[in-house]
Structures are given as structure tokens and as C-alpha cells.
Design a protein around this ligand. Sequence first.
Ligand code: 4AD
Ligand code: MG
Length: 504
Amino acid sequence: MQIKDFFSKEGKQVTAKGWVSNKRTGKGLVFIVLRDGSGFAQCVVNEGEVDSQVFSDANSLTMESSIEVSGKVVADERQVGGFELQVSDLKVISIAEEYPISKKAHGVDFLTDKRHLWLRSKRQWAIMRIRNQIIYAIHNFFQKEEFVQMDAPIFTGNVCEGTSDLFETEYFDQTAYLTQSGQLYGEAMAMAMGKIYTFGPTFRAEKSRTRRHLTEFWMIEPEMAFYDNDMNMDLIESMMKSILRDVLDNCKAEFEIIERDTTKLENAMKKFPRLTYDEAVAVLRGEADVNGENAIETLENDQKNAEARIDEIKKEIGEREEKIATPGIKKGERNFNQNKIDQLKNEIKDLEEDLRNIPQWIKSAKEFKHGNDFGGSDETVLTRLYDSPIMVYNWPHAIKAFYMKRDADNPELAKGVDVLAPEGYGEIVGGGERETDQALLTEKIKEHKLPMKEFEWYLDLRRYGSVPHAGFGLGLERLVCWICKLPHVRESIPFPRWYGRLFP
Ligand code: 4AD
Ligand code: MG
């Protein structure tokens, strides 16, 4: 019986198998928090109600030991799932050695080294379940819209997103790259099927250790024949809303565990603002306001507020420290105050990080040069002003990929779109309409110094029944990060790979 199904067995006898995620003892009582992958449940072992052997086994359990327990399901609204188990029998499957991850706060490097075990923690469990629901929602959306899921190869001879971050590998007597994007193949498949999507791993040898960059990540890439970029943007918007609706409806318990304020996600489901690149640049530089808010002034205010808040916190810490030092203070009260102090110190750390960042953000926003691509901090500054994702379109063609369609009315522009997630998260989707003009495409392939011979097959798509078409790539981990409000992309994927990280 899985823990998630306990609700249907109230008052009945059940048996469940799992791991001890926590244990406390009281007088004649052992409280075990059992986890089985489907959920968490408190199991109460009462000395007066079980064999003495069962009670001593329960007492000897260590963190992460594996067990089988039987007992009666009773309602207890204080428990996560709403139920607990009154144990009548318990069998030990394996007693765990001393578990390296304890209740105390560990550094994130330590936890990443122990990722194979960290995945068992409640917070990681909840994030991975939300990731799973997002994946399901994506397939659901595209299948309902009658897209055909098809796969692009991982070994490829073609460069899709620029030559600077390629993983090269030997492919017998040739050089192959690990794919940066399945798009070029997606275009071929769309010409066969009309509407397709790929869902696979992609690789970028980016030597950057930012909170958004992985070297291996999963991308969803739909490609649609007879779509222009406006239709593309409509599709992105309805896909995003469909994913959000699905996770909000199906992951309530998980969002509670990770303490995600889901009203932010509910609010994100309004019409996504669409800005041209020019408009976005004006907002970023503080030359245009958004709903009465100015990017630069907002940052300056945030800076002042952070400084004021730090002073306030320091005062409160001082008061609480005085309380703790009072002779004869009760243990409970001392612990309560100590916990508060620890929390406040963490808040200071976050604010101090803001104070380190904000001046750089302001500088980069004020000095942003029209014609450049947005950097991570520019995206942060922009998206802090919105509560839903925004779509930036009509980009300077010079900073976009070779395949992007030039605007017939203004050849300086490419019909691309980037979707930037709110709350400072930044780019989660990149896409656009594809160039169909053979001459312009050939010119671009040359300009990007790509080997023409290897792009002949791609040019065939323009030679034989060329049609307008568009598509986009959604970065799964970036989406998980925003939906779960994670501080770093490393928590969004089971075994993250980024510059320098290969284990576990
Ligand atoms: O903007 P990108 O580079 O676009 C493409 O690859 C297009 N060929 C997609 C298409 O039109 N079919 O990447 C798309 C998305 C980004 O918006 C981001 O969400 C994610 O992929 N992404 C990364 N995620 C994690 N780590 C990285 N290093 C990423 N690079 C891109
Ligand atoms: Mg991009």
C-alpha cells in the first residue's frame, strides 16, 4: 500500500514499505516519519500495543533505514497527508549506517556532492514531483494540440546555436558534436508531419557558473509548418498557461512543502505583455515606465529599503540576544529566540547579496547599448517589473542565430521571440520564425562561418516545398526554477551538470 492512498483506508489495517526519514522517541513511544516515494506518514509505535521485539526494533532504527510497517490508518490533520499509522507490526529490511545528511543546515556544495542521497529529502522530493508534473503537462498540451512527438539526434555534425559552446566528440573517423538544439531536425520533421515537438537532452559547453546555466539540460522544441511568429507567440502563451494550470491544480502539497507562494503563479496567468526589443531596451534603461514603475528608480528604492531593513534586523537581533542572556530564561523561550536570530541572520545575508548586486544591475541597465543582447542581470532588472512572463520580439538580426527570419519591412530585424519569466528569473524560451529565403540563409551560413556542405540537407528544406514556419525551445530546468522559485538551477534536475561538475 502506498502512503498516498492511506486516505482511502481510514480505520483499516494496512502494510507499507519505505524508509525512515525521521525518528523521535517519547515515553513508551517511537514516532517514525516513513517515506515511500509516494508521500510521508507518521507511524506511531506504542510500547503497550506491540511485541517487545517490535518496540526495541523501532527504537534501534537509524535515519534512512528501510522497513515494512503494518498498522491502522487514523486521521490526524496535523500530518502532511492528513493521516498517521498506529503501528501493530514492524520488520526491519536494512539498518542504515550513519546518514551523512542530518537536520542541521548543510552547505550546498556538500549537498551537491551527496546528490544521490539529497534527492531523498522532502524539499527535493517535492521539486522532482513538480518537475514530473510539468513534463506530463507539456506532453499533454502538445498531444491535445495534435503535435507529433519526434526525436532529434544527440550526435550531430551540425552547429545550431553558434560555435562557441560546442561539446566535441569523436565519432569513428569524424568529429561529432553533442546537440545544442534539435531545431534543424525539427524543421525537417515539421515538413513531414505539420506540427512536431522534440523533448530531449541538449548540451552547451558554457564555462559559466551562473545560477541559470547547465551544460546538459532538457529542451522541448515544437516546430510548426505554416506558422508565423505571432502564431508562435500565441502558442507559447497558451502552452505556458496550460502548464501553470496543471501544476497549480495537481501539486498543491508539493508547493506547500517548498513554501512557494502560488498566488504569484496564479497572477502570472494574465495576458503576457509583448514588447518589441526596442520597447524592452527603453524599459531597461529607465526611459519608459511599466504601470507607473521605473526600472532604475525601483532598484534605487530597493537598495534604500534593503539598507533600512538591515538596520531594523540588527536592532531586533540585539534585543533577542539580550533576552537570551537574561538569567533564568526558560529553555523553550531561549530556543525560540535563538531560532529567530538564525532566521534574521539569513535574511541579512540575502539582503547583503541584493546590496552587492543592485549597484551592478543599475550600472548595466543604465549603460545598456541598443543592439546588444540582454545579459542575465538585464533580464533580472526587466522581469522584476512584471508579474507574468513577458515576450520580447523583433530583435536585431545581428545578435540572433543564422536561421532566424529577417523582417521583410525592416531587414535589420529578425522575427525572434524570447520569453522572460517574472520575479527576476529571465529567459526560459527562445524561438522565432525561420528564414525561408535561400539566398539570405546561405549568406548567413557563410557569415557565421559554418560549413556549407554540411548544411546542404537543411537547405533542401527550402528547395523542396518551402513554407513559412516557426518554433521555439523551452528550457525545462529554467521553467522548473521559476515555477518552484529555486535559487539555483542545480536543484531543478536530478543530477545536474554544469561547468566543473560531473559527479555524482
Ligand atoms: O535560446 P536558445 O539557445 O534557443 C535554441 O536553442 C533554439 N534553437 C530553440 C528553438 O527555436 N527550437 O535555447 C532555448 C532555451 C533557453 O530559452 C533556455 O530556457 C534554455 O533553452 N537554455 C538553457 N537552460 C539551461 N542551461 C543552459 N546553458 C541553457 N541554454 C539555453
Ligand atoms: Mg536564447
